[in-house]
Design a protein around this ligand. Structure first.
Ligand code: GLA
Length: 521
């Protein structure tokens, strides 16, 4: 048997291979060498990699084999990445793909062994453990995203009346990502009560990506093996006096490649309601392969309408990374909160960058409609306590949703003291929801403030530099006129009387001093 025969497998003839190639005229153009040697692995492939929960992650690639050389592309959504260093020898396949992301370059290595008509493959993302899967032939059509759905005419949807103060709770993604399961969600719900977090206002237990199985014969979404009974889980969380959240996407797949709501919007909203869910995070992701950014408003309106009609109050959280100036229309699709940025991570630089960019859009915040600079990383270990106090203070000053992203069942005392600082939380939850404003800005030394419903002022002194420094402000710059003032330090929990026009304080590197200042007449 010649190597090519082995690669092709017994039932794929040279003629069949030619037919496959003829069906893909665009890719054949300018490839006379391939036409002369068309056999082998040339054609479209789908790689099915098991997620370990009964579902598979699908990815597609197109190969062109010429002798022992493989070229082609791997398709990531609507992005095609060229294959490099591709070869096939004695049934052993290898190729790689290079991804340029911001300043980084990452490689994905594909290796495989032809096995009949399939290829047993290993996919190794740089720095991660390899995934295995099986590739089988597919058609070009199967690799294409579905056609866009007809979208509703734009109209302003009514306010659902929920979350008059920023939502507080927990979300599974930052800590558990794809490892989240029913047991973890239950134990986090237990811990939210046992730790005292529920007493200080945390309420929602939100399951993020990777809970989905598929659809049953009636098209109804199901949980996967990690989530055998979504209704029972919702009942459990409710029995703790808490609320529960779920996650989907307007595209066919979620960001992690799981079944999403495309074409099933009303049905899914009804299913969430029947299960007893109270919150939906709706993440753009694969919808980006189908719709333009300017379609975002009608796409989100579609689910907004479905939620309003599903028979249960459900908080609507838009997640499209702040594109298309969502703060201008998020409330009109009945949205309660909208992400304003890409994903946070557990590093000072990212949190600092996201957090301090929020002031420019603060005036869009109002009761029931919140800017969402992403979930908290407090307690996940990548920042020190001063940095986490800055994270908490800044999110609270901004009236951001407070969704803890750590493992609530194993928190240090320090983590608890940050997440459960009632005085700082009270700033977040202030019912007036006035916009926070940045006042002074000396390099990376900053003062910001927010007027509170009782006439007092929250003032935060942020030191974004690498060393301790003194930060000062004229009281008039934060709208404080009184001569005698009471300054409550919200982290030290002590009150001092201050007078004079100016105030200054030492602030640790990457740290914060946060005051609540009350004027004494
Ligand atoms: C996107 C979102 C994240 C998280 C993941 C899940 O990246 O922005 O918050 O939901 O998807 O796949």
């Amino acid at each position: 048997m010649k190597p090519e025969d082995f690669i092709l497998g017994p039932r794929v003839t040279r003629r069949a291979a030619l037919r496959t190639l003829a069906a893909t005229p665009i890719l054949l153009m300018g490839a006379p060498a391939l036409a002369a040697d068309p056999a082998g692995l040339s054609g479209y492939w789908v790689l099915l990699a098991p997620n370990g929960d009964g579902t598979y992650r699908k990815s597609y690639f197109y190969l062109q084999q010429s002798g022992q050389t493989l070229t082609g592309k791997v398709m990531f959504g609507n992005r095609d990445l060229p294959i490099s260093n591709g070869s096939v020898q004695n049934g052993k396949v290898r190729f790689e793909v290079v991804i340029h992301y911001r300043t980084e370059t990452r490689r994905i290595n594909y290796t495989g062994q032809v096995n009949g008509e399939k290829i047993d493959m290993k996919v190794a993302f740089q720095g991660r453990s390899p995934r295995t899967g099986t590739a089988q032939r597919t058609t070009r059509e199967a690799t294409l995203p579905p056609k866009p759905l007809p979208l509703p005419e734009l109209r302003d949807l009514p306010d659902n009346g929920l979350v008059r103060t920023p939502p507080m709770g927990w979300n599974s993604w930052n800590k558990f990502a794809g490892r989240v399961d029913d047991q973890i969600v239950r134990s986090v719900a237990d811990a939210m009560v046992a730790s005292g977090m529920s007493k200080v206002g945390y309420e929602y237990i939100n399951i993020d990506d990777t809970w989905q199985g598929g659809r049953d014969s009636k098209g109804r979404i199901t949980g996967n093996k990690k989530f055998p009974d979504m209704k029972a889980l919702a009942d459990y969380v409710h029995s703790k006096g808490l609320k529960i959240g779920i996650y989907s996407s307007p595209g066919p797949l979620t960001c992690a490649g799981y079944e999403a709501s495309f074409g099933h919007e009303e049905q899914d909203a009804k299913t969430y309601a029947e299960w007893g869910f109270d919150y939906l995070k709706y993440d753009w992701c694969s919808a980006g392969n189908i719709y333009k950014d300017t379609d975002m408003r009608p796409v989100y309106q579609k689910m907004g309408e479905a939620l309003l009609n599903c028979g249960r109050p459900i908080v609507y959280s838009l997640c499209q990374y702040g594109r298309d100036d969502v703060w201008g229309w998020g409330a009109k699709v009945s949205g309660n909160l909208w992400r304003t940025t890409g994903d946070i991570n557990d590093h000072w630089e990212r949190m600092d960058d996201i957090g301090f960019r929020q002031f420019a859009i603060q005036h869009y915040v109002r009761p029931g409609h919140w800017n969402d600079p992403d979930m908290l990383e407090i307690g996940n270990g990548g920042m020190n306590s001063d940095e986490y106090r800055t994270h908490m203070s800044l999110w609270c000053l901004l009236a951001a949703p407070l969704l803890a992203g750590n493992d609530l069942s194993s928190m240090t005392e320090d983590t608890k003291s940050i997440l459960m600082n009632r005085e700082v939380i009270a700033i977040d939850q202030d019912p007036a929801a006035q916009p926070a404003q940045l006042v002074t800005y000396v390099g990376k030394l900053m003062v910001a403030y927010r007027k509170l419903h009782d006439g007092s002022t929250a003032v935060a002194f942020f030191n974004r530099t690498e060393k301790e420094d003194e930060i000062g402000v004229e009281w008039s710059a934060v709208g404080i006129e009184g001569k005698t003032l009471q300054a409550r330090d919200l982290w030290k929990h002590d009150t001092t009387e201050v007078s004079g026009h100016h105030y200054s304080t030492k602030v640790p590197a990457h740290g914060v001093v946060m005051l609540k200042v009350t004027e004494k007449m």
